[in-house]
Design a protein around this ligand. Structure first.
Ligand code: AHR
Length: 503
């Protein structure tokens, strides 16, 4: 049996875990909004046309902040199209996803839905094809009580209370050539700085996110962050990171080590932000909003799903509807481990996305809603990762990967709730073939009453939950846990994600 060893000491803290780490993302893309959260004819729809079965699952998932309305979509979006009487709202081309946007859901309806799921709105403004004035207009519409053109329009539209949006994204992926209005770091940095400072003239306490790179693989990565932050440093609070992972062929060894790539990405962005801080002699520290992350079979989108026919602009087409396997969920769980490990600097994150589109929740029009495999690591981590993140001493055997060199077979992070919630360890075993026996030194935690664990694994790592078999995969009790004198041991199945809690 392969062995690994872990030491937990509650004195070694990384930082407080911000609830915003468990955010998500709803974009007007495919069936995320229409036929996803909103399906007026469905038997479970409420009086506003929102599916109550989806609302229940979103609440169970435990998402804090939800980024909206895009994504690439936002760079062609006119926010005014989505407010006011529904029958007067225009149908528009959505160039990002080659679809037709009906505008039946907009800012007011989405803010109403967020109240039902008990989440906070994080709103992205269009800095691709629009600019400072439109950002000011939507801020005035959303946040001012009344007495001005746009705030009175909101009141007249039936929403007397301001939406009070605190977090705002200054555009989306402006470094990407696919983005409408894609620009250089210089151009974007200047526009973002001017937009941020104008928005702060309305409300200095807004929390503003400037666009970082669309991925660490972008040719401009690193320099983009440096230039953009140099323009915006004193005006913003966060820089964004985006990362999607998929296996290359059957190189599952590298895929399982995706968290190593995420760790390096975060470390590089933190280093760049702190470099700009140093050269600007600033006292302020910029945090990371990791506002798009997931497993995404992007090659399938590019090669099979992408709509290009000039005569074909469907409403809510089936796009990016990846079905997630056990293998995907284990990688997904390891990405959460990586985010928590950086809790001192990653203080907001958004799982991209929430329903139907690369999502933990799937729906069938007129039919059921179900949990994908990735639902479980997210819901359990969101529920159990409370308090502070702890720095661990981990001794694990290593293995070689094609993409990232030598990486540890086992990865883990622990959290400790100082308000009596106990200690929780999140662990991934990346081995494709072997069980690992993990011994955890818990001497510094004092007496351990009880320990319990759940693991997500399967003999078939490609098993998934589907419309016809929606409960095929779920976490199972891991009964191998043994509490000894100052130690806890557990056996981790191959390709598994585990959560272990101590009283
Ligand atoms: O989440 C899907 C897309 O991925 C988003 O619209 C875009 O921001 C990113 O490239």
């Amino acid at each position: 049996m392969i062995r690994a060893h872990l030491t937990i000491d509650p004195h070694f803290t990384i930082g407080q875990i911000n609830r915003r780490l468990f955010g998500s993302f709803v974009e007007h893309l495919g069936r995320c909004v229409y036929d996803g959260i909103y399906e007026p004819g469905h038997e479970r729809a409420d009086e506003d046309g929102f599916r109550t079965d989806v609302i229940e699952l979103v609440r169970e998932l435990g998402v804090s902040t939800i980024r909206y309305p895009g994504g690439n979509f936002v760079s062609g979006y006119r926010w005014e199209d989505g407010v006011g009487p529904r029958d007067a709202r225009p149908r528009r081309l959505d160039l990002a996803w080659h679809s037709t946007e009906t505008n039946q859901i907009g800012l007011d309806e989405f803010a109403g839905w967020l109240r039902k799921v008990d989440s906070e709105l994080m709103y992205a403004v269009n800095l691709g094809t629009r600019g400072i004035l439109e950002a000011l207009d939507v801020l005035e519409y959303a946040n001012l009580r009344s007495g001005t053109h746009w705030s009175d329009r909101r009141v007249a539209n039936g929403h007397p209370e301001p939406h009070d949006i605190r977090m705002w994204c200054l555009g989306n992926e402006m470094d990407g050539p696919w983005q409408l209005g894609h620009s250089t770091a210089e151009e974007y940095g200047q526009l973002a700085a001017k937009t941020a400072s104008a928005m702060r003239q309305i409300d200095p306490d807004l929390e503003l996110v400037v666009c970082g790179s669309s991925s660490a693989q972008m040719p401009t990565f690193g320099d983009w962050e440096r230039v953009v932050l140099n323009h915006t440093y004193e005006h913003v609070d966060y820089i964004s990171c985006h990362a999607y992972y998929e296996p290359r062929g059957d190189d599952y060894g590298s895929f399982l080590a995706s968290g190593v790539n995420m760790d390096r990405f975060i470390d590089a962005v933190v280093a760049t932000a702190d470099h700009v801080k140093a050269i600007r002699h600033s006292d302020k520290t910029i945090d990371i909003s990791f506002d798009e992350w997931n497993v995404w079979y992007q090659s399938r989108y590019n090669e099979v799903e992408k709509i290009t026919d000039v005569a074909d602009w469907p409403v809510a087409p089936r796009l990016l509807e990846d079905s997630y396997s056990v293998l995907d969920a284990v990688v997904f769980g390891s990405l959460l481990i990586s985010l928590i490990r950086h809790a001192d600097r990653v203080t907001a994150a958004s799982l991209a996305q929430l329903v139907n589109v690369i999502a933990p929740i799937m729906t069938e029009p007129g039919g059921p809603a179900w949990r994908q495999t990735t639902f479980y690591p997210f819901s359990l981590t969101s529920r159990l990762a409370r308090g502070v993140a702890l720095e661990l001493k981990l001794d694990s055997p290593m293995y070689r990967t094609e993409l990232y060199g030598e990486v540890p077979l086992v990865d883990a992070v622990a959290t400790r709730d100082e308000n009596g919630g106990g200690t929780t360890v999140f662990i991934v075993n990346r081995s494709l073939a072997d069980e690992v026996s993990l011994e955890i030194d818990v001497m510094a935690l004092g007496r351990i009453g009880d320990a319990a664990a759940q693991s997500l694994f399967d003999d078939d790592i490609h098993a998934a939950n589907t419309l016809h078999d929606p409960e095929r995969v779920a976490p199972r009790t891991n009964s191998s846990v043994q509490v000894g004198d100052g130690t806890v041991t557990i056996t981790l199945p191959p390709v598994s994600w585990t959560v272990l809690t101590f009283d």
